[in-house]
Design a protein around this ligand. Structure first.
Ligand code: XMP
Length: 515
């Protein structure tokens, strides 16, 4: 992709590094995260317009702490160090860093100590509430640096060498708890680095429509469509870029909820001239799931079966060279993370292994984007709200929401209950306010009374959560009347259910899905 200006964020392992990238992009400046271990030559080859050094858990005073080649500071680029990034600048440029046994964590009151381009238009009181999370702090600034702000507990909370365009902050401007943190970052990007706000999703779409045909030529591409936003955007983008050389494969695994997939597929059929291969494979999936209760075994069985079905279909299309995938930027960062890949909590369902097996090259047009940017691309492509703002639906589908064994009858109970949840969330306008909402069928029965009769029936759990990126989530405070209506309707309308409960756990320590 042709990008003129690029901020490179060097990651030292902070939990907030992705936020720095999100904030710069929200300001209209393209940014990329790279591990701090990137070789200096490779960093130079990226031709950054500015560099941001992230925070991180290490201490520059310990011998094995991560560092960078100080030569980078002589390239004449604007540099912003945040937290550990600030301490590293102080350490490498001749200042002094004081080790500390305690971490200062949380809100702190920052007072400006000098005029600084970063403070332009920020707080007319000369002070701000900022978010701190650090152990060490800078005791003496390096030669050429001036102290720009202090807090009650540290004398050097911000410093700068304005001539060399080097700035450093002990607090985290990227975190929402820092008042006017966005403005401070924008001041670095625009006032200090002189960048332009040119990263927009319409420029992204334009450049993709140029680069995808150049990359793919006259070759054929297969793409797995799931009905979710990522694969839909990939398909629509490729359809516009290479037309009929794109073949989309939709696998109906029998684990979809009522209308899932079909609505999106129906829309795509109506509005785009796609080569669409609709594969009905319910029986194969259900027979593979027979007798399985363990969540990981279920996920794996579905993953393998999906690859098998997808491969069979893809092999029928002659001359395919590429597999298109909706990989997003957080997956890319995760795989090159400075901290190393995180532990597998749940096996995610994808077409892993297929490219090697079928000797296909990958096309991943969204690999530079965050989820919110994908939604903007979808809007740019003219896709309707029900696709743009569709709740995520996991690859293994209802199999991980029917807790325990999967049978046709249990799937059907869940499907009916879930349809009511979707309907009531839409009808009350809560669908678009929450991240995700769905029903889960529990593997137990409880006693109830209907009319004069004792019943002994299934329990449905409602899971409705708020989240920004699914990494963390909290249960949605849905008005009790709406919960009451959902519960009444499920118990009255879905045969075999006599109890509904609401899941009030946050992630972590729970996860969004139950399995
Ligand atoms: P958890 O349950 O890990 O889910 O908190 C986080 C988000 O990911 C979705 N999810 C999946 N998506 N394949 C997917 O494409 C999967 O196997 C899968 N498992 C969970 C989940 O719905 C939530 O949005």
């Amino acid at each position: 992709m042709l990008i003129q200006e690029k901020v490179v964020i060097l990651d030292f392992g902070s939990q907030y590094t992705q936020l720095i990238a999100r904030r710069t992009r929200e300001s209209g400046v393209y940014s990329e995260i790279h591990p701090c271990t990137i070789p200096t030559e490779s960093l130079k080859a990226l031709q950054p317009s500015a560099i941001i050094l992230s925070g991180g858990p290490a201490s520059v005073t310990s011998p094995d702490s991560p560092a960078i080649d100080p030569e980078i500071f002589s390239w004449g680029l604007p540099v912003l160090g945040i937290c550990y990034g600030m301490q590293l600048m102080a350490h490498l440029l001749g200042g002094k860093v004081a080790p500390s046994l305690d971490r200062e964590y949380g809100r702190s009151e920052l007072s400006f100590a000098a005029q600084c381009p970063l403070w332009t238009g920020v707080s007319d009181r000369g002070c701000l509430t900022v978010w701190m999370s650090h152990g060490d702090h800078v005791l003496a600034p390096p030669p050429g640096f001036t102290v720009m702000a202090r807090t009650q507990s540290i004398e050097i909370a911000a410093m700068a060498d304005m001539d060399r365009r080097m700035y450093a902050l002990q607090f985290h401007p990227e975190v929402a708890h820092t008042e006017e943190g966005d403005e401070i970052l924008r001041n670095f990007l625009f006032q200090v680095a002189g960048l332009k706000s040119s990263w927009t999703m319409s420029s992204f779409v334009d450049s993709m429509l140029h680069s995808l045909p150049a990359q793919i030529g006259d070759d054929k591409v297969v793409c797995g469509l799931s009905g979710g936003i990522d694969s839909t955007v990939v398909a629509v983008l490729l359809n516009k870029a290479i037309g009929k050389n794109l073949h989309c494969i939709f696998v109906d695994n029998g684990l979809l909820r009522a209308g899932e997939g079909e609505e999106v597929i129906g829309y795509l059929r109506q509005h785009f001239d796609l080569n669409l291969h609709y594969i009905k494979a319910q029986d194969r999936f259900l027979s593979r799931l027979q007798g399985l209760e363990d969540p990981e075994q279920k996920r794996k069985a579905i993953g393998y079966t999906f690859i098998e079905v997808f491969e069979e279909e893809a092999r029928k299309i002659s001359g395919v060279k590429y597999l298109a995938q909706g990989t997003l930027y957080p997956d890319v960062i995760e795989s090159v993370s400075f901290k190393g890949p995180s532990a597998v909590i749940k096996s995610h369902h994808n077409v892993g292994g297929l490219p090697e097996k079928m000797n296909l090259a990958l096309v991943e047009p969204l690999r530079e984007l965050f989820k919110d940017e994908v939604r903007k691309v979808a809007q740019e492509l003219g896709l309707p709200d029900f696709i743009v703002w569709r709740h995520p639906f996991p690859g293994p589908g209802l199999a991980i929401r029917v807790i325990g064994e999967i049978t046709d009858a249990r799937l059907e109970i869940l499907r009916q209950a879930d349809k009511i949840v979707q309907h009531e969330l839409m009808a009350s306008n809560w669908y678009y306010k929450v991240w995700q909402g769905f029903a889960v069928l529990l593997p137990l029965k409880t006693v109830g009374v209907m009319g004069d009769e004792r019943t002994y029936e299934h329990v449905i759990a409602l899971r409705i959560v708020d989240s920004i990126d699914a990494m963390t989530a909290d249960w949605s405070r849905i008005p009790t009347e709406i919960l009451g209506r959902i519960s009444n309707r499920i118990i009255n309308e879905v045969k075999g259910v006599n109890r509904v409960v609401y899941d009030i756990s946050s992630k972590p320590p729970s996860t969004i899905e139950w399995e």
